[in-house]
Design a protein around this ligand. Structure first.
Ligand SMILES: Cc1ncc(COP(=O)(O)O)c(C=O)c1O
Length: 662
């Protein structure tokens, strides 16, 4: 039997009359003791709004709040110390702003309860109790039931139930609950390694009680509905092929072929693939660059405002916030400007799915007004890889079109454990996200201090990371992404990564030529932090002399988009080598149009997209990448034997295509 920790749930009562407060705490705690209490509910109380806000900040186990409406009727200046208090309305607003995941209840003490209800109508209040009834058991039952509702995972619960029902499988998948593997002399080790339940829970659409991801009406619909509430969306959809697919689904919903999309050139490759698939006319916006550390940052605010003005006919704008390095846009003014022109805003929050659950990371994209947010729940919360969410607040959301596109990209055999993991990740984020993220933030601060104390490695703070072009753009840094300057440690970055891996068992997230990035998540433990510190301190104490680091050249600016990426991509094209017979830059490429997306990784930004004009400078850059001492993959290059080539449009193909007008 595995030992499972029991949850603790505290419910905070705020009432400025000490005697009444004590009576309520006593009555409710005794109800909690005598009735079923699987969530470990206890009641605690404070008398002032200030203490209440402090408790909500300090105590991650608080799940619900009971606010007495007498605070609401208190007038400023009525009696000395009471001046410190705020109205119940203001308090409810403050609590919701700080921790929107908490349940809020109002204790009505006044005669005119309808006035109280009216005043709080626009706030997210989960229920009301009439104080004079003193029905502690009744109150406890409701509070407990509502908390249990939040702790429910509709899809995961059903999946577990189904597995426990042990039905005979006369359907896919072929392993049939693992029966094909269990006794195999050749493959039973896989069964043992992966675990019995992964196979038992790997079921098919033939099981109606598990609903359908393609047309959810049962437990998947329910799970998505609770997720929408938790993430502050009107609608939420679970995606089982990552944010890569989520971005494509949204593009195909919002953009008809030829319609304009404003996008950061540094968007993830799925965004560029989405441009090809949707047939959109992309308007690329150059990201800011921190040349010292080869870090690509946000698009400058002014560039965005200018683009919105110049391309007010665009259908949508997509930006990544926060970026892989943790740089976060000041989204509200940008979204406001886009909306003023009727442009929909999509924010790729692949790296920011936890942000809703701690005020240090907010506002989220949706809170800032975005129409769509895509999140790789698997990257930063407890979901399985590929499990993502699409959150929607678009007031003119076209559900039918979205559904058609969602289904176009979704396998008819989705992995049910992934859907369950999204359900559980939502529950965990709602009930203990604040607590876990507070701890992650603390660990991030410790990691920063420890790394700096080595005297050799240095953590880059916002001022170091932020490119000059965005210095006045109110950019924020997500401190759970820790970028470290390694230039004084005496190792080249690849050697340092190898040393950390082989000698200290540490695998980092990513690197540039002179930095390493470490990702802290809600799964980061104190032990891992101390092992990292130990490793970096030992390396620092070895006292190697700093060495010259090979600097990857900056990617050339965007040239000219001659044709729609989709039109260019679907041409057959011809191959042309990057080098001529003397191994020099092939000048014949100059002015030709590329049919593929060419992306050196790192940094992962396309140097060429289909339909883009090739220049001498671009070819020189690609050759320098291919010849680089640092291992750089250049995606999109075609090898004709050993000759690296680009696929280009032929003259005849160009003749048949319509040129783009800006
Ligand atoms: C900014 C950004 N968007 C989207 C993705 C794709 O996410 P997924 O891995 O969930 O498909 C990534 C993955 O690295 C990313 O960095």
């Amino acid at each position: 039997m595995v030992f499972m920790k029991k949850p603790t749930s505290r419910i905070l009562i705020i009432n400025d009359e000490n005697l009444i407060l004590k009576e309520f705490i006593k009555g409710l705690n005794s109800a909690a003791k005598s009735l079923e209490n699987p969530l470990g509910i206890t009641f605690a109380g404070v008398t002032t709004a200030r203490e209440a806000l402090q408790a909500i900040q300090d105590d991650g186990d608080i799940q619900s709040v009971l606010v007495d409406d007498t605070l609401y009727t208190l007038k400023n200046g009525e009696k000395g110390s009471r001046n410190l208090q705020m109205t119940a309305l203001k308090l409810v607003q403050e609590i919701t702003r700080f921790r929107p995941e908490l349940d809020i209840y109002i204790l009505i003490a006044q005669e005119k309860e309808d006035e109280v209800v009216d005043a709080l109508f626009t706030e997210t209040v989960d229920g009301y109790f009439y104080r004079e009834e003193r029905d502690y058991r009744g109150m406890y039952r409701i509070l407990n039931a509502q908390l249990q509702e939040k702790a429910r995972t509709p899809f995961y619960d059903q999946l577990k139930n189904y597995v426990l029902m042990a039905k005979d499988a006369w359907h896919t998948p072929g392993h049939s609950s693992g029966d094909s593997l269990r006794d195999s002399p050749w493959a039973s080790d896989f069964y043992q390694f992966i675990g019995e339940h992964i196979f038992r829970a790997d079921l098919s659409v033939s099981v109606p009680m598990l609903d359908s991801l393609m047309e959810p009406t049962g437990v998947i619909a329910e799970a998505q509905k609770v997720a929408a509430k938790a993430f502050g969306a009107r609608r939420t959809f679970f995606a089982t092929n990552g944010t890569s697919t989520a971005n494509k689904v949204i593009f195909q919903t919002l953009l008809a072929p030829g319609e304009k999309l404003l996008l950061d050139r540094n968007c993830h490759k799925s965004v560029h693939h989405g441009v090809v698939l949707s047939g959109a006319h992309p308007i690329y916006l150059d990201s800011s660059v921190n040349k010292k550390f080869s870090v690509y940052g946000p698009v400058p605010k002014q560039t965005l405002f200018n683009a919105i003005e110049e391309h007010s006919d665009a259908q949508a704008l997509i930006l990544t916030s926060c970026t892989y390095d943790g740089l976060r846009y000041d989204l509200p003014p940008i979204i406001k400007a886009a909306h003023a022109k009727g442009i929909k805003v999509i924010i790729d929050e692949a790296w920011y799915g936890f942000a809703r659950f701690h005020p240090a990371f907010r506002p989220t994209a949706l809170e800032a007004g975005a129409d769509y947010a895509t999140q790789s729940t698997h990257k930063v919360l407890s979901a399985f890889s590929q499990s993502s969410m699409i959150h929607i607040n678009d007031p003119s959301f076209n559900e039918h079109l979205f559904r058609e596109n969602f289904n176009m990209h979704t396998s008819t055999s989705p992995q049910y454990s992934m859907i369950a993991s999204l359900d559980v990740a939502r529950k965990q984020a709602t009930l203990e996200g604040y607590k876990l993220l507070s701890r992650t933030l603390e660990l991030a601060q410790e990691v920063r201090e420890q790394i700096n104390s080595t005297g050799v490695f240095r953590v880059l703070e916002l001022v170091d990371l932020m490119p000059d072009e965005v210095k006045h753009d109110n950019i924020q840094l997500d401190s759970t992404k820790v970028t470290v300057d390694i230039s004084r440690c005496g190792f080249a970055v690849e050697d340092l990564i190898r040393e950390l891996f082989e000698r200290y068992n540490i695998q980092v997230e990513k690197s540039t030529f002179n930095t390493l990035t470490l990702l802290l998540t809600i799964g980061t433990t104190r032990s891992k932090v101390s092992r990292l510190y130990d490793a970096l301190m030992r390396i620092a104490r070895e006292g190697r002399a700093p060495r010259r680091l090979y600097h990857i050249p900056e990617i050339p600016g965007f040239t000219n988009l001659k044709y729609l990426p989709r039109d260019a991509f679907y041409c057959g094209g011809e191959l042309m080598p990057l080098l001529d017979e003397q191994e020099r830059i092939n000048n014949d490429l100059d002015g030709k149009v590329c049919a593929d997306q060419i992306t050196p990784y790192p940094p992962g930004i396309p140097v060429l997209v289909p339909g883009q004009t090739i220049t001498h400078e671009v070819v020189r850059y690609l050759i320098s990448m291919l010849r680089s001492q640092k291992r750089v993959e250049v995606h999109g290059i075609v090898y004709d034997g050993y000759l690296p080539c680009l696929r280009l449009l032929t003259a005849a193909e160009e003749k048949g295509l319509k040129k783009l007008v800006k």
